[in-house]
Design a protein. Structure first.
Length: 159
């Protein structure tokens, strides 16, 4: 269950959520200086920092206020590169399924009309596989072709 903030009254001012105790202290002092209740040197002394450092904190606080006042972007926001990668992966998968479906439709149409399927050209970089031939048989055939005497010996052994 979420923690409910007590309702504020106009004289108490609005309730602000979030932030560490240190951040809340800095914010209270910056607002006090901006409202004219205290001097910047007093706020710096209360924080235990120098005046230049106080002015840096004040500037950061005001920049944060301005950024928080920006209108929110409407609509769905992307979650970053991971979300984009997932979206592109889904798109690739869907397109691959579309290609497979169109190929199946094309094959079905070809069969219905009576056309033979067109063979795909071999993919680049792949060679057609040769039927295996035993090296010993190659050598024996080449020797038989060279000398008729060897052919007679090889033929007599096989008989």
């Amino acid at each position: 269950m979420t923690e409910q903030m007590p309702k504020h009254t106009p004289k108490d001012g609005p309730r602000v959520r979030g932030g560490s105790p240190e951040a809340r202290k800095v914010a209270a002092l910056v607002f006090g200086v901006l409202a004219g209740e205290q001097r910047p040197s007093e706020a710096a002394q209360a924080l235990g920092i120098g005046l230049p450092r106080y002015y840096i904190l004040e500037r950061r606080a005001l920049e944060g206020l301005v950024v928080a006042c920006q209108p929110a972007v409407k609509g769905r926001r992307s979650a970053g590169p991971e979300h984009e990668l997932e979206e592109k992966t889904r798109q690739i998968k869907r397109l691959e399924q579309d290609v497979a479906r169109y190929q199946a439709l094309a094959r079905a149409a070809q069969r219905a009309v009576g056309l033979t399927a067109v063979k795909k050209p071999p993919e680049k970089g792949k060679r057609k596989r040769r039927s295996p031939v035993v090296r010993a048989l190659k050598v024996a055939r080449s020797l038989q072709a060279e000398t008729p005497a060897v052919a007679a010996v090889v033929g007599a052994e096989n008989a």
